[in-house]
Design a protein around this ligand. Structure first.
Ligand code: PMP
Length: 338
C-alpha cells in the first residue's frame, strides 16, 4: 500500500525543534537499479527546506554557548544560499539579524527566498577561492566591520559537522536499527559527509563511507591519489569543493566516485516522474552515487544517502527547458513543449 503513514509525529515543542529528525525513505528506482536497498534522508523536510538548517542551528547555538554572540547581534555568512536560508530562519527565531553574501551565479529562487525571509543580501561575482572578492572572504570582512556580529564560517567551523555526528548519523542508525552497510553524499563544506561518516563509523567501523564528487571538484583526486586536482565542471549548486576544509579534516572516506551532471539529472528526472519527488541536482548526484555504492558493495546491502534540498528552489534552472538546453542537459518530455 502506498498510503500516507497512519502514525502522525508527536507535538514539537518549538519551531527550532522542527530542524532535524527528518524521515528516511526507501527509493524504489535506485534500489532496483543497484540490487540494494537505497534509503534517503529527506532533508527538504527541514523548515528551510535543506540539509543546511542543521548546520545553521548548530553554528548559532555554539556561538551562544561560547558567549560569542549578544542579543540583537548579527550573523554574517558566505553561502551558496541554503545555509543563508537556514541562518535567516534560526536568526529570526532567536532575535538576531543576518547578512548573507552569495555568488550571483546561484539560483534566483534562493536570492528571492533570502530577501523574503528578511536577510540582507550581498551578491558578489563568482571568483576563485584565492581571490579576496570570493564570497567567503567578503563575508568574513563584513563580519569584522559590523558591530556585534559573528562570522558563521560554515566551511571551517566544525559546529557544522557536529550537527551531523549527533543528529543525522544518530538518526540514520536508529531509523535502520543499526543495519547500515554504506553511506554516500557529495561535499560542499564537507560537514554532512564528514559528520555522518564519523558518526556512523563510531557505531560500526565496517560501514563504508563513499564520497560522490561532482565534476569540477578536487576531492575525488584527493581521496583517490592524495592530490587536490579538478577536471571539468558542474552546474550543481552547493557542492564541489577544492580544498580540505576544517570540516573535512579526518573525514573517514573509504572510497569515492566521480558523478557527472548528466547522471545526477537522470535521477532528478526519474525520481520526479516515477516517485513524485522534486529535488535539486546535488540530491540527484547523491542518488547516482548511492547506486554506484550499491553496485560496489554488492546485492542486498543497505545504503543511505541525502536528499539535500527541494527542486522548487531551482524552477528557473533545472526545471526550465531553455536553461537545460543552454547547459547541454537533457530536457524531460513534459518540459519540452514549454
Ligand atoms: N547540496 C546543497 C543543495 C547544498 O546547499 C549543500 C551545502 N552547501 C550541500 C549539498 C552540501 O552539504 P555540506 O556543506 O554539508 O557538504
Amino acid at each position: 500500500m502506498h498510503t500516507a503513514s497512519d502514525t502522525p509525529p508527536s507535538v514539537i515543542p518549538n519551531t527550532l525543534a522542527l530542524i532535524g529528525n527528518t524521515p528516511l525513505v526507501r527509493l524504489a528506482g535506485p534500489s532496483e537499479a543497484s540490487g540494494c536497498d537505497i534509503f534517503a534522508k529527506c532533508e527538504f523536510a527541514n523548515p528551510g527546506a535543506s540539509v543546511k538548517d542543521r548546520a545553521a542551528l548548530s553554528i548559532v547555538e555554539d556561538a551562544e554557548a561560547r558567549g560569542a554572540i549578544q542579543p540583537g547581534g548579527t550573523i554574517v555568512e558566505g553561502t551558496a544560499g541554503n545555509t543563508g536560508i537556514g541562518l535567516a530562519l534560526v536568526a529570526n527565531a532567536k532575535g538576531y539579524k543576518t547578512i548573507i553574501v552569495m555568488p550571483e551565479t546561484q539560483s534566483r529562487e534562493k536570492m528571492d527566498t533570502l530577501r523574503a525571509l528578511g536577510a540582507e543580501l550581498v551578491l558578489v561575482p563568482a571568483a576563485a577561492y584565492s581571490n579576496p572578492g570570493h564570497f567567503v572572504h567578503t563575508s568574513r570582512r563584513i563580519a569584522e566591520e559590523t558591530p556585534n556580529a559573528i562570522w558563521a564560517n560554515q566551511f571551517d567551523n566544525i559546529a557544522n559537522r557536529r550537527a551531523h555526528i549527533t543528529g543525522t548519523a544518530e538518526e540514520i542508525w536508529r531509523q535502520l536499527d543499526g543495519r547500515v552497510d554504506g553511506f554516500t553524499c557529495a561535499a560542499g563544506t564537507g560537514g554532512t559527509i564528514a559528520g555522518v561518516g564519523l558518526g556512523l563509523k563510531a557505531k560500526d567501523e565496517s560501514i563504508c563511507i563513499a564520497l560522490s564528487d561532482p565534476h569540477g571538484a578536487a576531492l575525488y583526486e584527493y581521496y583517490a591519489n592524495g592530490e587536490l586536482k579538478s577536471e571539468g565542471s558542474s552546474v550543481a549548486e552547493g557542492i564541489g569543493q577544492g580544498r580540505i576544509t576544517a570540516n573535512l579534516e579526518g573525514a573517514p572516506i573509504d572510497t569515492q566516485f566521480r558523478i557527472s551532471d548528466a547522471d545526477g539529472m537522470e535521477w532528478v528526472t526519474r525520481l520526479l516522474a516515477e516517485e513524485g519527488l522534486c529535488l535539486g541536482l546535488s540530491s540527484g548526484i547523491n542518488v547516482a552515487g548511492a547506486v554506484q555504492l550499491g553496485r560496489h558493495l554488492g546485492p542486498g546491502k543497505r545504503i543511505v544517502t541525502i536528499l539535500c534540498d527541494t527542486g522548487f528552489r531551482y524552477l528557473s534552472t533545472l526545471y526550465n527547458s531553455q536553461w537545460l538546453k543552454a547547459k547541454g542537459l537533457p530536457i524531460p518530455p513534459w518540459l519540452a513543449q514549454g
